[in-house]
Design a binder for this molecule. Structure first.
Ligand SMILES: NC(=O)C1=CN([C@@H]2O[C@H](COP(=O)(O)OP(=O)(O)OC[C@H]3O[C@@H](n4cnc5c(N)ncnc54)[C@H](O)[C@@H]3O)[C@@H](O)[C@H]2O)C=CC1
Ligand SMILES: CC(C)CC(=O)C(=O)O
Ligand SMILES: [Mg+2]
Length: 355
C-alpha cells in the first residue's frame, strides 16, 4: 500500500513529537512493505512567522490531497497577541472544519504499567481504564459567531447546534459502542442550555436505532466529578465540542499523563487527521522531555481508521506496551525505579520494539 501523509508539525513540542511518530510509521511501513510519502506543511505560529497567516491556503490543499494528516500541536505565548482571526488555534479549527472532520475519537486507556502514575487511588482505578470519548468537532461554541463591543467591555461567543450535526455524531458514538460494551453516556448541560436540550432529544431519537446499546445522560458538571469518583461507570462518552475538549484532558490524567492520549478526527470516508490531544506545551518545548506516546498512538489510530491496517496498528500499540513494560518513562509518567528517557529516547525504545 502507498500511504500519502500530510504532516503539520506546528509549534512548541509539535515538531519533536511528530518526528518520533514519523520514525514509528517509517519502521512499521518498512517491515510490512508499504511505501509512505510525507509532505510537510505550515500551520499555527510557525506559519504566522513564515508567511503571515496561521492557515495558508496551500496547507489545506495539501491536506485535502493526502490520505491522512499527522498534526503535532499549535499555539504558544509568542502568538497570544495576534489578531483573533489569525491565531494559531484558528488554523486548527480551520483544518478541522475545512476537512469536514466532525468526529473526534479520544480513547483514554490506562496501561497497567502506568497505574502508579495515575493520580487516583488504586481502589478507584482497579484493573485500569478504557473509555472512548466521542467529541463533536466542527460545531458548537468554537465555531459560533463571536465578537466584542466597540468599547471592549462586552464580548460574546454563540453556541449553536443543528439536529443533523448532533445526529451524525450520535450515530458514530452508538456504532463505536456496539463494538465495545454498548453503553453510551451523553454529556450535556440540558438544565441550562437550549443547545443541550436539542442534543438530549436528538440522542434519544438516534438511540431508537440501536436497541443493543444503552443511553444515559449526565450534566457536564456532574460528569467531570464522576470521572474521578468512579471512571469505570463510563464506556463511551458522547459530547459536544467544548465539553469533549475539557473532559478528555481530565480523562487523560487518569491514564497517567496528557502525553498518553491520541486522537483521530474523522469524517464519513476513510480520511482522517491524527494528533495528540495535548497542546504545544510551551513550558517544556525544546527540552527533549515531552512524551511522544500520544502522537505515536495517533499513528496506530491512523493505520487502523484510515488505512484499515489492523495488524500494523496492533504492532505499534504492542511496541508502546513493551517499551512501558521494559521500564522506559518520560518525566511526566516517571515513577521510582523506572528508566528515565527523553522524547527521542522514548522514540528509540518504541521503534526498536516494532515487530
Ligand atoms: N491541538 C492543539 O494544537 C492544541 C493547542 N493548544 C495550545 O497549546 C498552547 C499551550 O496550551 P496549554 O494550555 O499549556 O496546554 P498543553 O496541553 O500544551 O500543556 C498542558 C500541560 O501539559 C504538559 N504536556 C502537554 N503535552 C505533554 C507531553 N506530550 N508530554 C509531557 N507533558 C505534556 C505541558 O507541559 C503543560 O504543563 C496554547 O497556545 C494552546 O492554545 C492547546 C490544546 C490543544
Ligand atoms: C486548541 C483548541 C482549538 C482545541 C483544543 O484544545 C483541542 O482540540 O484539544
Ligand atoms: Mg484541548
Amino acid at each position: 500500500m502507498n500511504l500519502k501523509i500530510a504532516v503539520v508539525p506546528g509549534d512548541g513540542i509539535g515538531p519533536d513529537i511528530v518526528a518520533q511518530a514519523i520514525r514509528v510509521l517509517d519502521k512499521v511501513c518498512q517491515l510490512n512493505n508499504h511505501s509512505v510519502s510525507y509532505e510537510t506543511v505550515l500551520a499555527g505560529g510557525a506559519a504566522i512567522d513564515k508567511v503571515g497567516v496561521s492557515l495558508p491556503p496551500e496547507t489545506l490543499e495539501v491536506c485535502k490531497k493526502s490520505d491522512a494528516v499527522l498534526l503535532g500541536a499549535v499555539g504558544g505565548p509568542k502568538w497570544d497577541k495576534v489578531e483573533s482571526s489569525n491565531r494559531p488555534e484558528k488554523a486548527l479549527l480551520g483544518l478541522r472544519s475545512g476537512l469536514g472532520l466532525f468526529c473526534n475519537l479520544r480513547p483514554a486507556i490506562l496501561y497497567k504499567q502506568l497505574k502508579s502514575a495515575c493520580p487516583l487511588r488504586s481502589d478507584i482505578i482497579g484493573d485500569g481504564l478504557d473509555i472512548m470519548v466521542v467529541r463533536e468537532l466542527t460545531g458548537g461554541i468554537y465555531f459560533g459567531k463571536k465578537g466584542k463591543s466597540e468599547d471592549g467591555n462586552e464580548a460574546y461567543d454563540i453556541m449553536s447546534y443543528t439536529r443533523p450535526e448532533i445526529e451524525r455524531i450520535a450515530r458514530k458514538a452508538f456504532e463505536i459502542a456496539q463494538k465495545r460494551n454498548g453503553k453510551v453516556t451523553s454529556v450535556d448541560k440540558a438544565n441550562v442550555l437550549e443547545t443541550s436540550r436539542l442534543w438530549r432529544a436528538t440522542t434519544e431519537e438516534v438511540k431508537k436505532d440501536y436497541p443493543d446499546c444503552s443511553l444515559d445522560h449526565l450534566y457536564v458538571d456532574n460528569a467531570s466529578m464522576q470521572l474521578v469518583r468512579n471512571p469505570h461507570q463510563f464506556d463511551v462518552i458522547l459530547t459536544e465540542n467544548m465539553f469533549g475538549d475539557i473532559l478528555s484532558d481530565e480523562a487523560s490524567m487518569i491514564t497517567g499523563s496528557i502525553g498518553m492520549l491520541p486522537s483521530a478526527s474523522l469524517r464519513e470516508d476513510s480520511f482522517g487527521m491524527y494528533e495528540p490531544i495535548h497542546g504545544s506545551a510551551p513550558d517544556i518545548a525544546g527540552l527533549d522531555i515531552a512524551n511522544p506516546i500520544a502522537t505515536i498512538l495517533s499513528i496506530a489510530m491512523m493505520l487502523r481508521y484510515t488505512f484499515s491496517l489492523a495488524k500494523e496498528a496492533d504492532s505499534v500499540e504492542a511496541a508502546v506496551y513493551q517499551a512501558l513494560e521494559d521500564g522506559y518513562r518520560t518525566p511526566d509518567i516517571y515513577t521510582d525505579g523506572m528508566i528515565k528517557v527523553g522524547t527521542v529516547g522514548m522514540g528509540d525504545a518504541i521503534v526498536e520494539r516494532i515487530k
